[in-house]
Every structure is written in C-alpha cells, then in structure tokens.
Design a protein around this ligand. Structure first.
Ligand code: ASP
Ligand code: MG
Length: 412
C-alpha cells in the first residue's frame, strides 16, 4: 500500500471536535487505499503552557526534564486521535517517539532526528492496521532520554517520516490554506501560491514566514519529499493548498515569489574598532560563543585604521551580545569605543528563484523604498533573496509597496 503522511498542527487538534474533523480527513485517505501515518501536534496553546510551568518551577531548568514535560502535549493528542479513529472503525494505534523509535541527537530542546526505523510500524500495517498515529516533536536520545526538536518541530517529524517511509506525499494541515505571497494581515492583496520551490520556501521560512519549521523544509528538499500545506478548516480537493516542490515542477515562476518580514530584529554597531586582520574573527567568535545568532553584517570603510562593525540579531539577544563584546573587550581580544543597539528595526525581504536569471530586482526594491521615503540601514543579498533593515514603523508600508511593485497580487 502507498503510504501518506498527514500532519495536524495545534489548531487542527485544539478540541475533541476538531480532532474528530481531522480524523474524518484521515478516513477519506484510508478509503482511497493509503496506509496513513498521522503526526500530531499538541492542542494549541498546550506547549506554551507546559513551557511556562517549567520556567516557573525552575528558571535554570535541566533541559532533559524540560523535554520530558514539554513533549507531553503530543502524547495526549496522539492517544485521542487513535481513539477517535477507532470509534470510526478505522484500525489505528498511537506511538510516542521513543516507541517507534525516533532516534535523535542528545541536543535537548533542539534535537535532530538521526534515524527512524520503519519495521515496527510496517509490521502493523502488514497486519491490517490502517493508521499509525505518531506524537510529533519528540524523540529519544542515545542515552534513552526523551528529546524535543525545537518549537514547531512536528513539521520536521512529519517530513522525516515521509522520507523514512518513502511516502507519496506529506500533507501539513494547518489553520491557513497554504503559503501566501506575504502575510495577509499586512497586505490585503496577498495571494495564495499553488506551488513554491523548496529553496524559496526555505528562505521564506527562515525569514519569518511561520507556516513551516525551517528544518522541515531543509529535510524535504534533501529527500525530495512532496510537501503540501493546506487547511484543516475547509473541505479540501486533491489539489488544494500549496505544493512545496522542486523548481523543475513549477511551470512558470514569478521573479519574486514572496515578501517576508521579521519584526524582532536589532541592529548593533561597535563604534571604532581597530581595522586589522583577525578583528572580524575576534568579534564574531565572541558573539557566537555568547550564543548570539548574527544575521546581517556590515563593515564600514576604515579611517585612520579604525572602522565600525555593524550586525543584526534577534532583539532578545541584544543583552547577550552586549555582554559578549564587553567581556571580549575586558580580555583584550577586541577594542572599541562604544556599542550601539537599535532595537526599533525590522527586516523586509523579497525572495524568488527568478532572481537568478533576472537583473534589476535589487534596483527596483530600493527605488520602491526610496519612493516611500524609507531609509535603508543595512542590505544583504543571496542568489534568490534581498533583505533590508529599516525602521520598524515603516515595515507594513514597505511590505505593501513591494507587494504592489512586484505585482504579487497576480501570483498563483
Ligand atoms: N507543540 C510543539 C510546539 O508548539 C511542536 C509543534 O506543534 O510543532 O512548538
Ligand atoms: Mg507549527
């Protein structure tokens, strides 16, 4: 029997009634002849509550116990989904991660899946079971402890199962009906895309579009898993939602596929650092050792042997970054006059594989921002993406203007 993976996110299993509706969708696929692996998230809000309880109990918690607590939301929905299916006369049972087992690294709260043996579940399918319901987001470390895959990790569980079982498709059921050209809450002209390339989705996911966990897109791209994002809130046809697929499977792509943004960016500058070989290495080693995720980097032209070094990082890492550079300065590893943090910035990016073959996208983007009187603070580019840092108060305006200028309302 062909295998299908269906993943239901937190809002799709938020109540018993919603679980029933999701189970009905599963029943439809079983009736088509699939053996189905269902991956479930915790009921929406549950994981946040569990994280809150851990923090309240123990601010400097033992990460192994954090995972033991935080993984439990998925155990509840996996059991309830299996029971619901049984009530519908669909042969089903649940699996927690360790029972499969989903073998992961020991990096608690951010573990990576290393191996998913298929024999256990395949044996049950051979015996006539139709649906394996697996708790998403969790696994087991080589030490035998429960691990979790990072927030949003059930997407990654789903894709990893699809790869391991060579599934025909991996359907991600969520509360939106697909991937949009931008967030419809920011631009009313946002359009749902029928298809998007893995690489574009990867950029959009890491740039702040929250539909899929970035890691799940990486995995899907590596193992060529056909990934579909669709809504569990509406009746769905066979071609509903957005298919995330290979570039070759997209007939005619737009130059720009989407506009992404992220509100919680900060811009930090070390003023007047000595411009000598090794200085960037020292600064960014200190930041990386301090656990700061640096995104954009700009070094100014130096004057009289001194220069300014600017980078962006998540707003909630500013304090860590300040501490890291202050310590490096105290140890004599780096020298600077002052460190400036600007936390009122946002990052806006345009993404599209068409940029590889079309020139002028950057020029157009900058013209659009200039016409709106928006000053650009930092720019970075990759082959298929251009990102700018701007004042946060202009973020919505920039997204709307870029969406209009690249005519994304005509996208499909
Ligand atoms: N329940 C977990 C979270 O909220 C994992 C997931 O839903 O993907 O992050
Ligand atoms: Mg999610």
């Amino acid at each position: 029997m062909p295998v299908l993976v269906m993943k239901f996110g937190g809002t799709s299993v938020a109540t018993l009634d919603r679980i029933r509706r999701a189970a009905k969708r599963v029943g439809v696929e079983v009736a088509k002849g699939y053996d189905v692996i269902v991956i479930v998230s915790a009921m929406s809000g549950k994981t946040n509550e569990l994280v809150g309880w851990v923090n309240e109990t123990s601010p400097l918690y033992d990460a192994r116990e954090y995972d033991a607590v935080v993984s439990s939301g998925e155990n509840v929905t996996a059991g309830l989904m299996a029971l619901t299916l049984q009530e519908m006369d669909v042969p089903a049972r649940s699996w927690q991660g360790w029972q499969v087992p989903v073998r992961t690294t020991s990096a608690h709260s951010a573990a990576r899946i290393e191996e998913i043996p298929t024999d256990n579940i395949l044996t049950k399918f051979a015996e006539g079971m139709k649906v394996a319901v697996v708790a998403g987001f969790q696994g087991v470390s080589p030490e035998g402890r429960i691990t979790t895959l990072g927030r949003g990790g059930s997407d990654t569980t789903a894709v990893a199962f699809a790869a391991a079982f060579d599934a025909e498709r991996c359907d991600i059921y969520t509360d939106v009906d697909g991937v949009y050209t931008t967030d419809p809450r920011v631009s009313a002209k946002a359009r749902k895309l029928d298809r998007i390339a893995f690489e574009e989705m990867l950029e959009l996911a890491s740039l702040g579009a929250k539909v899929l966990q970035t890691r799940s897109v990486e995995l899907a791209m590596r193992y060529k898993v056909k990934l579909r994002v669709l809504s569990s809130f509406e009746e769905q046809s066979d071609d509903a939602g957005t298919l995330v697929c290979d570039e070759e499977d997209i007939m005619e792509s737009n130059v720009v596929a989407g506009v992404a943004f992220s509100r919680d960016e900060a811009k930090m500058t070390l003023v007047s650092v000595a411009d000598r070989p090794g200085i960037a290495a020292s600064i960014f080693t200190a930041l990386s050792d301090g656990g700061v995720n640096v995104d954009m980097i700009v070094q100014n032209i130096s004057e009289e042997g001194r220069t300014d070094m600017t980078w962006s990082c998540p707003t909630d890492q500013v304090v860590r970054a300040q501490k890291a550079v202050a310590e490096a300065k105290a140890q004599g590893a780096i020298n600077f006059h002052e460190v400036i943090a600007d936390t009122d910035v946002a990052k806006v990016s345009v993404v599209g594989i068409g940029m590889r073959s079309h020139t002028g996208v950057a020029a157009k983007m900058f013209q659009v921002l200039s016409a709106e009187g928006i000053n650009i603070k930092v720019i970075t580019t990759s082959e298929i993406k251009i990102s700018v840092l701007i004042d946060r108060k202009y973020m919505e305006l920039a997204v709307q203007a870029l969406h209009d200028a690249f005519e994304l309302e005509k996208a499909a």
